[in-house]
Design a protein around this ligand. Structure first.
Ligand code: SAM
Length: 262
């Protein structure tokens, strides 16, 4: 694979890694892998300052990894804020896609934690199923389904909303986030199908859960949306500029939907 290049064209270390010579010194000094990773992020931000004034004549982003190599991707700040605000719902039998990081981080009184993936090679998956094929999913099992940043990969998102409804017990809660703007997925661009709006989210989930059972929220504003597309990290902006919401410029859209207690 070709080494990533800095915006100006100079080669840079891959995300999360120090340049080789510095890495050797850091190892000699006994710095742990996680400290070296943090150091690499800081170094990247220091040596590749990002401000919009440097972007207007550079069509390439500051990062090819949504800002992950610079620090925290801006969409993750929003996703985590949403989950924190709804952490009371992450309890009992919880399902998450790809891994269980958010269940572990935000859950409480979690009885069982399951991981769903369509990819049978995902060793963390306890359920291999396709959100695009609701019948492949278990029925009425979970108290909470943490479905972050996945719907864009399902060609039939209406089927995925129906699958999310199907896996929940009566009274169970879906906490979903979807991208409204973002670069194409770097690893599997051929599977990256959709970006969403508040209108499409409301319609998709009300069709599955029923009117009045769905709350839709916007996270983002013009600056954070532009910065996210340009590959800036949350650390490149001021916190107050990230958290301000302008409904016209969503970065992510978050959905809380509750299955009727029938
Ligand atoms: C980018 S991850 C998103 C989940 C992760 N928890 C996050 O917040 O980033 C996308 C995951 O969704 C899985 N996936 C894609 N299409 C799917 C489908 N139709 N059904 C179930 N999982 C799917 C992928 O294999 C991958 O593990």
């Amino acid at each position: 694979m070709k080494a990533p290049e800095a915006v100006g064209g100079a080669p840079v270390a891959p995300p999360g890694r120090l340049p080789p010579r510095l890495n050797r010194v850091a190892k000699r000094l006994g710095l742990s892998r996680s400290r070296r990773k943090r150091l690499a992020g800081r170094l990247r931000r220091m040596t590749r300052p990002a401000w919009l004034g440097t972007a207007h004549r550079r069509p390439r982003p500051f990062s090819d990894y949504c800002g992950k190599d610079r620090g925290t991707p801006i969409d993750r700040v929003y996703i985590e804020r949403f989950l924190l605000d709804h952490r009371d719902a992450i309890q009992g039998r919880v399902l998450e896609v790809q891994g269980s990081e958010y269940t572990e981080r935000f859950g409480h009184a979690v009885e069982t934690s399951d991981v769903l993936d369509v990819d049978p090679d995902n060793e963390r998956a306890t359920i291999v199923g396709d959100l695009g094929a609701p019948a492949s999913m278990p029925e009425r099992v979970f108290d909470c389904f943490v479905l972050t940043q996945t719907l864009q990969y399902v060609f039939d998102p209406g089927a995925a909303a129906a699958a999310a409804h199907r896996v929940l017990r009566p009274g169970g809660v879906l906490l979903a986030t979807v991208p409204a703007v973002s670069k194409m997925d770097a690893k599997t661009p051929e599977l990256d199908c959709w970006r969403f709006t508040t209108v499409s989210c409301r319609r998709l989930f009300e069709d599955a859960f029923g009117a009045g059972r769905v709350e839709v929220a916007v996270y983002g504003n013009a600056l954070s949306a532009a910065a996210f597309l340009l590959g800036m990290a949350a650390e490149d902006l001021r916190e107050r500029d990230i958290i301000q919401v302008d409904e016209r410029f969503p970065v992510i859209i978050a959905v809380r939907a509750v299955r009727t207690a029938d």
